[in-house]
Design a protein around this ligand. Structure first.
Ligand code: GLU
Length: 515
């Protein structure tokens, strides 16, 4: 029997989640759900120096907004701290699992896979400077460890003494010499690395009694029975060490499968899409808005007006495709269609226009009632109150032109307030000597229309213009100018039918205000 699929999203609370991180969470979620497995959230907060207050809450809120709900690790919007039937491996925050890791580090030392290192930062600086003076890059590797103050070079008595006297020693992994580490990645295939090219990474630190990322990550993946690790490409360089750790612990048989996702790239494909890019390139790189310590805000997809389903859909397509023409997928459909085999090896270019397109598609799928209810909040802020029926009709008319609810105001502000200024360039172009007098006749014409519907206006207005020998372009453009204030908008008859006879005529009468 194959083990149950269990995957985890294991962010470090070092700031807001980048969209690349949300994509990692999404792929993990889809992978697990497709197999009827579990998706676990684990907070990797063992690097206390990089801890950012509010980041954990941000991660939880961002996943909730996307509809990516973990099966384990979170309950009522909080990280689970006490084990229960549903959350057997709690706590799911590594800082609260502190006591677990030391024993694993010491076990590796006892069995010769790791060692204690006592070098002070001054001593390390000295060897680093010397290496650099010789034109070498300093790495704490198998050659260096023989020259340093470690349990490999000191006698057992000296080691014991230092362990009890000092409090800033560390446990380092003893990377074997000239050993070919053979790894498999579900996306990249076979990978081989010679262990001599790798350094002896720190696994545990006495100073804060905490493990480093590598030890905590591997131990927790084992303890939490993780079957597949799906994470960002930036962790690929750590894979050889993780493989060696599984081997050293004797866990190779239950080692998870690994898949490293390629990076998200800037729109021009030149380099990775970084946390700082968003505001510079004019689109958000975070799911939700984020305010840093200095009070600076970074834009978020939620606050920019994205529909969460659209955001999830566009994210899924950054590095994966179903191999068909279909581009619109609900979360359930994505779950059904997703497979790691169709995840691309190369970096995925972020396309801000495509992102907008997705939102537009989802906006169109929303009912006009729902959009009207959302837009009425925007109107309310502007002190405008209209009946839901009227707002819904306006939304129906403009829906195809909007990508975001917030676009509606720019598109159709004139449906909610009488224009107060007019585009004089339009006037200059279309206003003729007899326009004012013609418009007086148009008013009389409109007054005579019993039912002021689009159809009736369309039946009467152009026919009359032709019949009386007026210039079609001039009359229609001047009418639009008075109704809208400029030359934008849908058909004049559509606008007037919605505004109603009284408001339309009132706007045409305001021609006397034109300078
Ligand atoms: N804590 C790591 C991060 O911040 C997790 C990497 C992994 O998934 O192993 O992304």
């Amino acid at each position: 029997m194959t083990a149950k699929t269990r995957v985890r999203f294991a962010p470090s609370p070092t700031g807001p989640l980048h969209i690349g991180g949300v994509r990692t969470a999404l792929y993990n979620y889809l992978f697990a759900k497709k197999r009827g497995g579990d998706f676990i959230l684990r907070i990797e907060d063992t690097d206390s120096q990089r801890f950012v207050p509010g980041a954990e809450e941000y991660i939880i809120e961002a996943l909730a907004w996307c509809g990516i709900s973990p099966d384990e690790g979170i309950e009522n919007g909080k990280i689970v701290e006490q084990p229960s039937e549903k959350h057997p491996f709690a706590p799911y925050r590594q800082s609260q699992r502190k006591d677990i890791y030391r024993g694993y580090a010491e076990d590796l030392v006892k069995r010769g896979y790791a060692y204690y290192a006592f070098d002070t930062s001054e001593e390390l600086d000295a060897v680093r400077s010397q290496a650099e003076a010789n034109g070498d890059v300093f790495t704490y590797n198998y050659q260096i460890r023989e020259k340093m103050k470690t349990s490999l070079t000191l006698s057992p008595e000296e080691t014991e003494k230092l362990l009890s006297q000092e409090n800033n020693w560390v446990v380092r992994f003893k990377m074997p010499v000239n050993y070919i580490i053979k790894m498999a990645d579900e996306i990249r295939g076979e990978i081989e690395v010679n262990s001599s090219t790798l350094d002896d990474k720190v696994l545990w630190k006495a100073a804060d009694q905490l493990p480093t990322y590598h030890l905590a990550n591997v131990v927790d993946d084992k303890l939490m029975e993780i079957s597949d690790v799906i994470r960002g490409e930036e962790w690929l360089p750590s894979l050889p060490l993780h493989f060696m750790l599984y081997e050293a612990f004797g866990w190779s048989d239950s080692r998870p499968r690994f898949a490293h996702l390629s990076l998200l790239l800037k729109p021009d494909g030149k380099g990775k899409l970084s946390k700082r890019d968003g505001d510079r390139l004019g689109f958000p790189v975070f799911p939700l808005e984020w305010k840093n310590d200095a009070g600076e805000r970074s834009r978020g997809y939620r606050e920019d007006g994205y529909i969460p389903e659209a955001f999830v859909n566009l994210l899924a397509f950054l590095g994966w495709n179903p191999g068909t023409e279909q581009e619109i997928f609900s979360l359930e459909e994505l779950t059904e269609a997703f497979s790691l085999e169709r995840v691309v090896k190369s970096g995925a270019k972020f396309n801000p226009e495509k992102a907008k397109w997705y939102n537009q598609e989802y906006l169109r799928m929303r009912s006009s009632d729902t959009l009207a209810a959302e837009f009425s909040l925007v109107l309310k802020e502007k002190g405008i109150e209209k009946s839901p029926e009227y707002t819904t009709k306006v939304i129906e008319l403009f829906k195809d032109r909007a990508a975001f609810v917030n676009d509606f105001w720019n598109l159709c502000d004139f449906m909610f307030k009488t224009p107060e200024s007019y585009d004089l360039k339009v006037k200059e172009k279309f206003w003729k000597e007899d326009t004012s007098e013609i418009l007086d006749q148009v008013i009389v014409l409109f007054e005579g229309i019993k039912e002021f519907t689009k159809e009736n206006i369309e039946n009467i207005l152009p026919a009359t213009i032709k019949e009386r020998g007026w210039q079609m372009g001039s009359v229609m453009n001047c009418l639009r100018l008075l109704l809208v204030g400029e030359s934008k908008g849908p058909g004049v008859a559509d606008i007037m039918a919605l505004l109603g006879k009284d408001e339309s005529i009132l706007r045409i009468r305001r021609k006397s205000l034109l300078p």
